[in-house]
Design a protein around this ligand. Structure first.
Ligand SMILES: NC(=O)c1ccc[n+]([C@@H]2O[C@H](COP(=O)([O-])OP(=O)(O)OC[C@H]3O[C@@H](n4cnc5c(N)ncnc54)[C@H](O)[C@@H]3O)[C@@H](O)[C@H]2O)c1
Length: 457
């Protein structure tokens, strides 16, 4: 099978490596450095299993920057590009996903696209309808993406999920949008030959949520908790087989659902995880305020097998690339739906960071040291890490902050000095903030402020 994976981040690269054990896989990216590294057998991200597989397994994997070469002969195209939260629209920015869909429709419209990027609930259904009725030509893509996205989100938000599903399904919302845009696109001179060839054919797009963790990306695809495919069809079964064929775990639960439900599964899963983090963090805020031993309470609570002793380690807040943005996106999908909990899960993270910052400020430190910006030890990036929110709050009070973060090459981070000589950093700081404790700072344990009780995630 010829498979192209677009986007070689945590999701794309782990899937590319998994599938390249048994298939011809082309990894496409816009980042020349990543493409070069992958072709040299070097992982651009920190992931033990990916490094091991690139070094030791006979993979049929090549990386490229060339879209035409990547898409021309592909039977499946897996889309794993970023979908960052856009505070202006209160929705994910899905431009990169649409850019890929347009390229695939242009170079190889019979390929089956599988969206692995996390998208808003209702997105796949909407986008399928949009491209069925218009098949935007790539040369007009900037118009189509900007306009369609804004209007689509506005309409999805306005209609909300409280109306009858048949009436307000994203498809019919987009149908309205499509009607409005029809004249404009025709006037713009959309590639008519292309339209004629593929008009009224639904593009081959499936959504399949990805559940992996950063740092364990390939491991989580070798031993997946489950595989969810948002379609019931032969091609959905073929795709599920491709994933199970590459995995090591036997008897992987596979669920075929509708596409909107598959999107909801992803956002509700991550929001549940965020809720659990927020719960144990608030338990810890309570214990710290009342001088109680958090560890004893969590141990006692976790002995109930319905709760369990996992994923219970207090932290400065939930963070990383996915939980903060996915919880916000789910809350945006709740417009017009009564809720208290989903909003509370989003708000709880701000409350926790305020609490941590206040606990530090009360100690009147002259210089606060931030020991690592990454969320957890072993990580190689610090996207949306909670400690950055705490750092911002402390700096707002005029307290000097210095940072120890070996991943950073710059001398400053948001105008705070980066001191990557650990001994100098330890001497300079009165209080050292560490989301996770490591042996490196055990010699200054009395200066360290952490809520890490169990030495795990
Ligand atoms: N990181 C995770 O733990 C995780 C887990 C599950 C789902 N997801 C979702 O998967 C998606 C990707 O996440 P990630 O962490 O792998 O992202 P990432 O930022 O690590 O990697 C994305 C890659 O896509 C490339 N890219 C961007 N635009 C492109 C384009 N138009 N064409 C080709 N390549 C392009 C980037 O250069 C980058 O290499 C996001 O929607 C994310 O929410 C992430």
């Amino acid at each position: 099978m010829k498979i192209t994976v677009t986007g070689t981040g945590y999701v794309g690269l782990s899937l590319a490596v998994l599938l390249a054990q048994h298939n011809d896989v082309t990894a496409l990216d816009i980042d020349a450095r990543k493409v070069e590294l992958i072709n040299d057998g070097v992982s651009p991200i920190s992931d033990a299993e990916i490094t091991d597989f690139l070094n030791n397994k006979p993979l049929r994997l090549s990386a490229t920057l060339d879209k035409e070469q990547a898409y021309r002969d592909a039977e499946f195209v897996i889309i794993a590009t970023p979908t960052d939260y856009d505070p202006e629209t209160n929705y994910f920015n899905t431009d990169s996903v649409e850019a890929v869909i347009e390229d695939v429709l242009h170079f190889n419209p019979t390929a089956t696209m599988v969206i692995k990027s996390t998208v808003p609930v209702g997105y796949t259904e909407s986008i399928k309808n949009t491209y069925t009725h218009h098949h935007f030509s790539p040369k007009f893509s900037s118009f189509s993406k900007q306009t369609a996205r804004k209007k689509l989100h506005a309409q999805m938000t306005e209609n909300g999920a409280s109306e009858d599903k048949a009436e307000s399904s994203p498809g019919s919302q987009v149908w309205n949008l499509a009607t409005q845009l029809q004249q404009k696109l025709t006037n713009s001179g959309v590639d008519s030959d292309y339209n004629e060839r593929f008009q009224h054919k639904q593009p081959n797009i499936i959504f399949s949520p990805e559940f992996l963790r950063e740092g364990k990306a390939l491991f989580d695809n070798l031993y997946p908790s489950r595989i969810v495919i948002g379609e019931r069809s032969e091609r959905a079964e073929i795709f599920a087989k491709l994933l199970t064929q590459g995995a090591i775990k036997a008897d992987i639960p596979v669920l075929y659902s509708d596409s909107t439900e598959a999107e909801a599964i992803k956002l509700f899963s991550n929001t549940y995880l965020a809720m659990r983090v927020a719960y144990f963090n608030e338990l810890d805020s309570y214990a710290e305020t009342h001088g109680l031993n958090t560890r004893q309470i969590i141990e006692g609570v976790g002995l109930d097998p319905r709760i369990g002793a996992h994923y219970n380690n207090p932290s400065f807040g939930y963070g990383g690339y996915c939980l903060p943005k996915d919880t916000r996106q789910l809350l945006a999908n709740y417009q017009n739906v009564p809720n208290s909990l989903i909003k509370a899960i989003v708000d709880a993270n701000t409350t926790r960071k305020d609490f941590i910052a206040d606990s530090i400020i009360k100690r009147n430190p002259k210089v606060v040291g931030i020991y690592r910006l990454v969320m957890k030890s072993g990580s190689d990036n610090f996207r949306a890490s909670a400690i950055q929110g705490v750092m911002k709050r402390i700096k707002a009070k005029g307290i000097e902050v210095v940072v120890y973060e070996p991943v950073l090459e710059e001398d400053t981070f948001f105008r705070s000095a980066v001191i990557n000589d650990l001994e100098t950093f330890k001497q300079k700081a009165d209080v050292v903030l560490a989301n996770r404790l490591t042996d490196d700072i055990m010699d200054i344990r009395e200066k360290v402020y952490t809520r890490d009780l169990f030495g795990q995630d």
